[in-house]
Every structure is written in structure tokens, then in C-alpha cells.
Design a protein around this ligand. Structure first.
Ligand code: P1T
Length: 386
């Protein structure tokens, strides 16, 4: 071990294995136990050891929150029962009359929460192309309290310049919240680029194995953290200890998995780009992506998500989605196994008939960590049927 091993800032690979993982004080257990308990014996009236009730705090959740904060280079993290629960709790920082400027390409469930739920509580929303900072500047209002974006977006994989948008939002008195689900903390750390909040659906790359649903908010500001911690307990959309354990277990291999997702997706994207049935491939790692340069600057790798359009349109898209073998036809993304879906009738059905509607022929794939050769052969046999 080098003499400065304990003073230098550890890298992501190391944080993923060690952050939040201190041997259990009672037994020395190396892995954080699943503290499957709802309550904790108190030594006297209102005297406890930091844990009083598991909605408020649970040691397995504490370990997960410590790990999540470290991965994003943030001071604080809070874990939630789902990505949607994290976003909903964050939006409770706002008050009736506040305006939210959101990207115009976001997960369908996020749009649904904004447009069909929170809009009834006195919040107003505008949806603009945050890939264009000038559009963000033009849409800011005196009562804009939050700028909200995904980068890369779901499902069009558009990028937004986080630092440029933070520089617009802050002087206007707005926070910047970034949903970093598609990049994962292995490829992009929005707090370092000026974001105030990072949100994850930990269901995806952070958990990594399609066996648990969860969400997270990571931030640096301590007073805002105190408010969010109050809301986490007051609302109660918390993950159970087993879910926290599974997410922690997934985190150990985040760096390895993301490297393989990026390698495989790059090969798959090149294959698709050369295929005669494919009209357009959208992948931040291809030079044809309109924000290829921003991807190289802002992200440590292009990620595992690809969207594409076929010359045969929606009918051909359905054929491909039905015929793949290793790409399972399913919603979600970011697990070790490859998935395929059509956003318009599936993950983004809730944006149909809105300005955010998605091309019905768009195919979205989450490229897993299998052999790239097998994945390409699988797509090739399905595309041959189009
Ligand atoms: O599913 P949940 O853990 O509640 O996370 C919601 C969510 C938030 N943000 C982004 C960018 C997302 O992609 C999601 C969930 N997305 C899918 C289920 C999907 O297939 O796109």
C-alpha cells in the first residue's frame, strides 16, 4: 500500500466496493447485514442509539445512503422506494405558485407525475429542449424554482450541458436537478458540474441486476438535506432493508458493469449503423450523434442505451422487439441482461397525445454485459425478418 493510500481521494472502482461498508460493530460481519427490523429498543424514554423507527432510519439504508453519496461525490444521499418516490419527494421542496422548467424528453412516468399529479397542487411546468441552453434561458420565469433535466434523456438520448444550464439557473434563483439514471455515477457526476440535486432510479444501473426497485437523491447542501430528510420521514416512501442490501450488493460491481455496457453498446451501435434495415441510430458514442463532442467532454463513457428507427417503421419495430432472444422484451434498463422495448406504447405511453410524444417506430435497447458477438447475432436474426 502506498504511503498516501489513506489521504488520496479514492476512485469510483474503490468507492463502489468500500463506501458505506464498515464491518458490523457487533459481529464484524464484512457485509452490512439486512437489519430486518421496524423498531429499536430504547435505553430510556426517548433515548436510543441513533435508530428509533425504520421509516426514519435503518442501518442497512444508512450504509446504502453513504455509498450513494460517495459515488456521486456528494455530501448527503437519501434512498427511496423508487425513482418516482425520489422525484416526488424532491418536488415537495416547492410551494404552490412555483414554476418548474423541465426538459421535453423525460421518462414517461416523470412527465405523468409532473403533468397529471403535481400540476394539481399549484405547481406549473414548462417543457423545453434543454439540449439548447438558449431555450432554457428564454423559458426561465421569475417564479422558476427548479430546472429539471435528464442527460442523456429517456428515450431520445439527447444531452444537456449541465455546467452551462447551472450557470443559467442559479442567477435566476432556480435549483438545477439532474436525473442521472442513464449515465450512472460511473460516467457522470452532475454535482461536480454545478447541479444542486442528482436523482437516480437505482432500479437501473446502480442496482444493476433487475431485481430491486429504488431511488435516490444526492446533494451537497446541508440545510436542503435536512429538509429532504424531514420529507423522507414525513412522507415515508422509503426502501426496505432487503432492497437496500440488494442495491448495495449491485453497487460493488458498478464500475466493471458500466465499462462492459459501454464497450458492448459501442459495438452494437456500430453494427446497427451499418445495417440496411436501420434508418437512424441514436447513441452518444457515435460521431453521428449531434452532441458527440459534449458526450466526450461531460461523460466518462457513452453508456449502454441505444435508440433506433427502422425503415419499416412501427411494424418493423414490433417485429424486431418480438423476435430477439437475448434482448428480452421488457420495460426498464440498466441490468446485466439486455432488454428491448418500444417506448411509445410501453415506457412512454403516458406522454402520448402530449408535445413529448415519441415516434411509434422508435426501438430502445438496454445493452447488457453478455458477449457483444452474441448480442449482435441476436439483433441480426431479428432484423433479417424486417
Ligand atoms: O421506475 P422507478 O425506479 O420509479 O424510476 C423512474 C425513472 C426515473 N428516471 C428515469 C430516467 C427513468 O428511466 C425511470 C424509470 N424508467 C423506466 C422504467 C424505463 O423503462 O424507462
Amino acid at each position: 500500500m502506498s504511503p498516501n493510500a489513506h489521504t488520496r481521494q479514492p476512485r469510483l472502482e474503490t468507492l463502489a466496493v468500500h463506501a458505506g461498508a464498515a464491518p458490523d460493530p457487533t459481529t464484524g460481519a464484512v457485509m452490512t447485514p439486512i437489519y430486518q427490523t421496524s423498531t429499536y429498543a430504547q435505553t430510556d424514554v426517548a433515548q436510543h442509539k441513533g435508530y428509533e423507527y425504520s421509516r426514519t432510519d435503518n442501518p442497512t439504508r444508512t450504509a446504502l445512503q453513504t455509498a450513494l453519496a460517495a459515488l456521486e461525490g456528494g455530501r448527503h444521499a437519501l434512498a427511496f422506494a423508487s425513482g418516482m418516490a425520489a422525484i416526488d419527494t424532491l418536488l415537495r421542496l416547492l410551494r404552490p405558485g412555483d414554476h418548474i422548467l423541465s426538459g421535453n424528453d423525460v421518462y414517461g412516468g416523470t412527465f405523468r407525475l409532473f403533468d397529471k399529479v403535481l400540476a394539481h397542487y399549484g405547481l406549473s411546468f414548462s417543457f423545453v429542449d434543454t439540449a439548447d441552453p438558449a431555450a432554457v434561458a428564454a423559458a426561465l420565469r421569475p417564479n422558476t424554482r427548479l430546472v429539471w433535466l435528464e442527460t442523456p434523456t429517456n428515450p431520445m438520448l439527447r444531452l444537456s450541458d449541465i455546467a452551462a444550464i447551472a450557470a443559467l439557473a442559479h442567477p435566476a434563483g432556480a435549483w438545477l436537478g439532474v436525473d442521472n439514471t442513464f449515465a450512472s455515477p460511473a460516467l457522470q457526476n452532475p454535482l461536480a458540474l454545478g447541479a444542486d440535486f442528482v436523482v437516480h432510479s437505482t432500479t437501473k444501473y446502480i442496482g444493476g441486476h433487475s431485481d430491486v426497485v429504488g431511488g435516490a437523491i444526492v446533494l451537497n447542501d446541508t440545510p436542503l438535506y435536512e429538509q429532504l430528510k424531514f420529507l423522507q420521514n414525513a412522507i415515508g416512501a422509503v426502501p426496505g432493508p432487503m432492497d437496500c442490501f440488494l442495491t448495495l450488493r449491485g453497487i460493488k460491481t458498478l464500475a466493471l458493469r458500466m465499462a462492459q455496457h459501454c464497450r458492448n453498446a459501442t459495438q452494437v451501435a456500430r453494427f446497427l449503423a451499418d445495417h440496411p434495415a436501420v434508418a437512424q441510430v441514436i447513441y452518444p458514442g457515435l460521431e453521428s450523434h449531434p452532441q458527440y463532442e459534449l458526450a466526450r467532454r461531460q461523460m466518462a463513457g457513452p453508456g449502454g442505451m441505444i435508440s433506433f428507427l427502422l425503415y419499416g417503421g412501427a411494424a418493423a419495430a414490433r417485429t424486431v422487439a418480438r423476435q430477439t432472444r437475448y434482448f428480452t422484451l421488457a420495460e426498464s434498463l440498466g441490468g446485466v441482461e439486455s432488454l428491448i422495448e418500444l417506448p411509445a406504447p410501453m415506457t412512454h405511453a403516458s406522454v402520448a397525445d402530449s408535445p413529448l410524444a415519441v415516434d411509434p417506430g422508435l426501438v430502445r435497447i438496454s445493452v447488457g454485459i453478455e458477449s457483444a458477438d452474441d448480442l449482435i447475432a441476436d439483433l441480426a436474426q431479428a432484423l433479417a425478418l424486417c
